[in-house]
Design a protein around this ligand. Structure first.
Ligand code: SAH
Ligand code: SF4
Ligand code: F3S
Length: 473
């Protein structure tokens, strides 16, 4: 999940969410040595694995979806919460056992956020892996693989960069439905929220040149893609300056939206402090910029927000929500919530519940606080909310939000939405699924419609997570 992180997530989920099952590089490509690549964590990791696939291909390596056929197993990992790391550790144990028992030539590598965080442990204390490569060092992968072959020693590159954006590397889209694609526009994060490991695992914030982003998007349009989600840990602080001319996120989104009227644009994920009026006006003025924002609040109490170092108060956040709704009527909002942060009192917890009730998000990703070593919270505060209390608070949050999501979806019944068809529904080939402009998954009878088509669908029913409907002809 990419959103905890997340074992790979479905598109539309936030970068902190775990997927239920890891994503596996799905393309079979020939090559002298074959690599099995499994991805955990957020959409950024999924997007990075497409870069990794491109680098490996260029370096003469093949890809396989069958781990048994692989000479090299690479896990692209997530460190956002402890349970994300535990999943990867179990997977490493599994491959280690294979190597020990019957496949001593197998090479095992850890990429991504855990590589950055646990380099010493993985290599020195636990002798778990043959290569360790951080998120800014993927160009070095072929060399590192050859090095470990030659020396029999572990090979490592966890250097973080202030410049690397992989702007010139064309990602290998190995697991695509041909309709929706991710495009990475910035890397790293400078926000230093007290609970978060990302600034440590992904380094300083840097933006990719606008020209290279626009070229990649234009190419996707030519290839028939209909939806692009631009990605970064904090996309709305995007800014790239070239020859004295500066492009910010609102301007970038505007330019992407001009590429084709048939292209929908989303982004993930954004920080409330950088959600400008100019950006809200792009949502309003450009019909193909989706009427949806993932706007993680994390908590409903100002003191907790301050301890989290989120830089806004409850009232400032609520004012932003009101502004978004007045500039973009009907805009759909989703959020991320952390339950049981250090020092959280019962009253503070109730403020999160009241904020959910006030904003009435369409969707939320909800997590129990998990202390991450090295973060400000780990160094300065005590993780003092007992596990049972965290669990109870999280379940109250989930129960309330599920009810609100259901009620919001019930309001949709009778309305007509334009759905971009992504493919057959999970349950039945006789049905198709796709998202509304507001990012709600919608299922309807297939008839003669196909993947990649925009279909007008009248909503006839719902669950808290899905709309059901029928095509309007
Ligand atoms: N850059 C994104 C978030 C990336 S992580 C943003 O700021 O919106 C995705 C989500 O994981 C966060 O929004 C937060 O809700 C959650 N998260 C991050 N660190 C966490 C921790 N230590 N424990 C629990 N949840 C955490
Ligand atoms: Fe983490 Fe905060 Fe950066 Fe999001 S904005 S990645 S939560 S430090
Ligand atoms: Fe996980 Fe790293 Fe993404 S910690 S959520 S894979 S940025």
């Amino acid at each position: 999940m990419l959103h905890d992180l997340q074992i790979l997530e479905d598109p539309g989920s936030s970068p902190g969410q775990a997927l239920d099952a890891p994503k596996v590089a799905a393309e079979e490509t020939p090559g002298a040595r074959r690599v099995y690549l499994e991805t955990y964590g957020c959409q950024m990791n999924v997007s990075d694995s497409e870069i990794v696939a491109a680098v490996l291909r260029e370096g003469g390596f093949g890809l396989t979806r069958d781990p048994e056929a692989a000479d090299v197993v690479l896990l692209n990992t997530c460190a956002i919460r402890d349970n994300a790391e535990q999943k990867v550790r179990h997977r490493l144990d599994f491959f280690r056992a294979r190597k020990r028992k019957r496949d001593e030539d197998l090479k095992i590598g850890v990429l991504g956020c855990m590589a950055e965080r646990l380099r010493h442990k993985l290599l020195e204390e636990e002798h778990l892996v043959d290569i360790v490569v951080g998120p800014d060092a993927y160009r070095d992968l072929p060399r590192l693989l050859h090095e470990t072959d030659d020396t029999g020693q572990a090979a490592v590159n966890v250097q973080l960069s202030r410049e690397e954006t992989y702007a010139d590397i064309a990602p290998v889209r190995y697991d695509t439905n041909g309709v929706a694609a991710f495009v990475s526009i910035m890397r790293g994060c400078d926000n230093m929220c007290a609970f978060c490991v990302v600034p440590f695992t992904r380094g300083r914030e840097r933006s990719r040149p606008a020209t290279s982003i626009l070229a990649e998007c234009a190419q996707l349009v030519d290839q028939g893609y209909k939806e692009i989600t631009v990605l970064g840990q904090n996309v709305n602080s995007y800014r790239h300056t070239h020859d004295g001319a500066s492009v910010d996120f609102a301007e970038l989104l505007y330019r992407i939206s001009l590429l084709s009227p048939g292209l929908r644009i989303r982004y993930s994920t954004s920080h409330p402090k950088d959600c400008s009026d100019a950006l809200l006006h792009v949502h309003r003025e450009r019909p193909n910029v989706c009427n949806y924002i993932h706007l993680p609040v994390q908590h409903g109490n100002t003191d907790v927000l301050q301890r989290m170092r989120r830089t806004y108060t409850r009232d400032e956040y609520l004012a932003l929500v009101d502004r978004a709704r007045s500039i973009c009527p009907g805009i759909s909002l989703s959020t991320d919530i952390i339950a049981g942060f250090c020092g959280e009192t019962e009253d503070e917890h109730r403020d999160t519940l009241s904020l959910l009730a006030r904003v009435r998000y369409d969707h939320a990703f909800m997590f129990m606080y998990s202390e991450r070593p090295e973060t400000y919270a780990a160094r300065k505060y005590t993780d003092d909310v007992p596990l049972a209390v965290k669990k109870r608070r999280l379940s109250e949050i989930i129960a309330l939000q599920t009810r609100i999501s259901l009620e919001n979806n019930q309001q949709e019944i009778g309305r007509i939405h334009t759905v971009l068809v992504e493919g057959p529904s999970r349950r039945s080939d006789a049905q198709l699924c796709g998202r509304t402009d507001s990012n709600k998954m919608t299922v309807f009878d297939r008839q003669d419609f196909e993947k990649g088509q925009y279909v007008r669908v009248r909503i006839t029913g719902c669950t808290s997570a899905t709309l059901l409907g029928e095509a309007v002809v």
